[in-house]
Design a protein around this ligand. Structure first.
Ligand code: N01
Length: 754
């Protein structure tokens, strides 16, 4: 039995397998196969792929025209911060025949022209209903379809809904008192007027110094009579060194575009780049300074952050890099107090999105530009004529809010999405988003999220991540059709496992240390959870591909012909183990199990040597977990210093002792028995959090997992890794690159000693 995907009468289907006759099923035929919400970069690519595959679709777009982010964010100085030729579709072959980027970092108008060019070239507009906001989407379980309502009165049924709403599209509120009394002009960078704004001769306030503020302040200062910047948190910004598109990059394209695109897809950030494997303190200070200078000079964000392997995990390494930045700021800015205020000191570099700028810091040397540090001089209110701080009254003709977004989840939960049993997505995510692969969420069948929380999204080149997600969704629809399924939904097990993996990855980095929009910390009341997946585009893609290769691991597929579910967790290894293995693979080292134990131990010691020491280990507790072939022993080390994320937690599980010391809140054991059988077992720790607004992340019981981790190479290497780390028997201890935690328990086997 096939589910009723029907052919768009006006389209020639490219993939005949997808086109089926709805009359052959007894299910109600929906109005369309797919509703897409949003006509930005993701919505346009969905329109292209879905229409070419013969699906009937409707795209709803709240804006009066296409472009998403690039439609709304028209503020002065708005540009992309990924090189233009990397920030474009790869599906459009021979693009150089009819498109050329004029600059290394294209302006907003040029990117919008590009998106219009693509839409016209591939005839995509006819699928889009503009000026229409999707208000509600409800899953009808009986009919196995979505019922979608818009503010334009549309009531559309669809087999699938795809949220292509963008990660940075729901603006934050102004959050200042008295704005309604201001008689001058008010602008939001995220909703800039379409008509030109002229600041010539005006006194302008800018609130906010993230990417939008950093880009717009120098341009506004070129026109305005006076600019006062109200800064809550200073930013790290590097010079963009904009100009012509790099001839070297164009040459790479000309040589082999397919290879170039493929390298981007398999890179850490979605731009062809070797992942740095050099730890900061493994080289001399002179070499470090040389590399920092290169990072500052190259004018590319991803390259700069990639300067050393441990910038985002080793506090000491991060501190040194941050100090290099601060020295640059001090060297550019003339007034020492302004320079001090512009130097970020309360979060590690790159844990808030760094900026690319043109003349940002130098702008503060202009006589008509002034910085107000609102941590020292808080804004009291907006008045009729300007802004009052605690100790000064300012008069302005215009106020510009560059105060950012309710990022990643804001635009999704703005739609009233109701899944099975009427569950609202907003309620499900009240304590933080839970997704499987950032693409789907349990209880919401046939709902896809493009670059949703738990995927690399905002940490990557969005163009590459969007294409990967859309391609995955299209492949999934083909699979469902080919196998006669109508509905796909992730299991709780898979979702819990992935959500934990996303958090585990973040927890071994410095990201959680910042009050960033990555953490939801910029929106009052938003749960403090790290939203994107930080292990990289390459590793993420591998996970998505593995899920498919294992018969849609972690998904339930159902249809008239029955139900199929290969339940499981796609990433079981602790991320630091994964990191070691991936680094070994990058260095083309033999797998650990193929090394003599001494070599493996030496390798591991060498890797540990470049990490900072963790805190002292306290109490040690032994215990066992049941395995199918016998008990597995574990040893647990209790820490005296708690990881930051758990500092306010209390433990309520039976295995309380030491549990809050374990970075991953899971006891895991794995063993190889005399019979040769391998098995592992784990128990999830129950941690309740007394504070409000935090996610009850650790209350779900973890299913006992028998068998090996999914990747054979990893499982073998993991056993070898544990074995060699532990010595001949037993107990492993490990240092964490974040330095704020030390381990825990490793495993012993009750079978053959390892
Ligand atoms: O927003 P932001 P953005 N009172 O959240 C401050 C992408 N982007 O629009 O840090 C006073 O970064 C806030 O202070 P704090 C890019 O990914 C890309 O600038 O919360 N101040 C911060 O300084 C970027 O990261 C480009 O303490 C308040 C600023 O406003 C993301 O979009 C260009 C405040 C907001 O900075 C968001 O950037 C633009 C308040 N009540 C954007 N509330 C490219 O280059 C907030 N702030 C492609």
């Amino acid at each position: 039995m096939e589910y009723p995907i029907t052919q768009d009468a006006g389209l020639e289907a490219r993939d005949d397998r997808l086109v089926t006759d709805s009359a052959r099923t007894d299910r109600p035929t929906p109005d369309v196969d797919v509703v897409v919400v949003g006509a930005g970069i993701a919505g346009l690519y969905l329109a292209y792929r879905l229409s070419r595959a013969g699906h009937r679709l409707r795209v709803f777009e709240a804006g009066d025209d296409l472009g998403g982010t690039w439609y709304w964010n028209r503020y002065p100085g708005a540009r992309v911060d990924v090189p233009s030729i990397d920030y474009m579709y790869s599906f459009d072959p021979n693009w150089q025949r009819d498109w050329q980027w004029s600059e290394k970092y294209a302006t907003q108008p040029e990117i919008l022209r590009y998106l219009n060019h693509i839409a016209d070239k591939h005839d995509l507009r006819r699928h889009i209903t503009f000026s229409t906001r999707v208000r509600q989407a409800g899953w009808d379980d009986g009919a196995s379809l979505w019922r979608v309502r818009t503010d334009g009165g549309d009531d559309v049924s669809a087999r699938f809904v795809v949220m292509a709403t963008g990660c940075l599209s729901m603006p934050k509120q102004a959050e200042v008192d008295g704005l309604e009394s201001f008689t001058g002009e008010v602008y939001f960078t995220s909703r800039w007027p379409h008509d030109p704004v002229d600041f010539t001769g005006k006194r302008v306030a800018v609130i906010g110094t993230g990417s939008s503020g950093v880009q717009s302040i120098p341009v506004i200062a070129e026109e305005a009579r006076e600019v006062v910047v109200f800064q809550r948190t200073p930013t790290f910004s590097i010079p963009a060194r904009n100009g012509q598109v790099s001839p070297e990059r164009l040459a790479l394209f000309a040589a082999n575009e397919a290879d170039y695109r493929s390298a981007a897809r398999m890179s850490p950030g979605g731009i062809p780049m070797e992942r740095s494997i050099t730890p900061t303190f493994s080289v001399s200070e002179a070499e470090r300074q040389q590399r920092y200078e290169r990072a500052w000079g190259i004018g590319e964000l991803f390259e700069a952050i990639n300067v050393y392997a441990d910038v985002l995990s080793n506090p000491a390494a991060n501190h040194e890099f941050a100090e290099f930045f601060r020295n640059k700021i001090r060297a550019i800015v003339d007034d020492p107090q302004t320079a001090t205020d512009l130097c970020p000191t309360d979060y590690p570099v790159a844990t808030k999105r760094p900026c690319l700028d043109t003349n940002y810091y130098a702008t503060y040397n202009l006589p008509h530009v002034r910085l107000v540090n609102i941590r020292k001089h808080p804004i009291r209110q907006v008045t009729e004529t300007g802004i009052d701080t605690a100790d000064e009254s300012f008069t302005f003709d215009a106020i510009v809010f560059a105060t950012g977004f309710d990022a990643v989840t804001g635009a999704i939960t703005a739609v009233d999405i109701r899944g099975r049993n009427g569950l609202a997505l907003k309620d499900k995510w009240a304590n933080g988003p839970q997704t499987y692969l950032g693409l789907t969420t349990a209880g919401f069948p046939n709902l896809f999220l493009i670059t949703g929380p738990g995927s690399p999204s905002v940490l990557s080149n969005m163009a590459v991540s969007i294409e990967q997600h859309v391609d995955w969704v299209l492949d999934c629809l083909s699979h469902l059709c080919a196998r006669g399924f109508a509905v796909i939904e992730p299991t709780e097990t898979a979702e819990t496992g992935w959500t934990q993996h996303v958090n585990d990855c973040a927890d071994i980095t410095l990201f959680p240390a910042a009050n960033s929009w990555y953490m939801g910390a910029n929106v009052p009341g938003k749960p403090r959870v790290f939203l994107p997946y930080c292990a990289g585009v390459d590793f993420y893609r591998a996970s998505c591909d593995e899920v498919v290769a294992h018969d849609y691991l972690g998904f339930t597929l159902s249809g008239p012909g029955g139900t199929e579910c290969n339940d499981g967790v796609v990433r079981r290894l602790q991320p630091d183990v994964e990191m070691v293995l991936n680094r070994m693979a990058a260095m083309n080292l033999p797998t650990m199990e193929s090394m003599p134990v001494e070599d493996a131990r030496a390798f591991y010691n060498q890797m540990s040597a470049v990490r900072p020491p963790g805190p002292d280990v306290g109490e040690i507790v032994d215990g066992t977990l049941p395995g199918t072939s016998g008990d597995l022993a574990y040893r647990l080390y209790r820490l005296y210093r708690l990881p930051r994320a758990l500092a306010r937690s209390s433990c309520t599980s039976t295995a309380e002792v030491g549990l809050w010391a374990t970075p991953f809140r899971t006891i895991r054991c794995a063993g190889t028995f005399a019979s040769g059988a391998t098995q592992s077992s784990s128990r999830r720790i129950t941690v309740t959090r007394p504070s409000t607004g935090s996610r009850p992340r650790w209350t779900t019981p973890w299913p006992r997992c028998d068998g090996l981790p999914t990747t054979p190479r990893h499982s073998a290497a993991y056993r070898a890794c544990s074995r060699s780390v532990a010595g001949t028997r037993a107990v492993g201890s490990r240092r964490w690159s974040a330095g704020s935690r030390e381990t825990w328990a490793d495993r012993t086997s009750s079978g053959r000693p390892c």
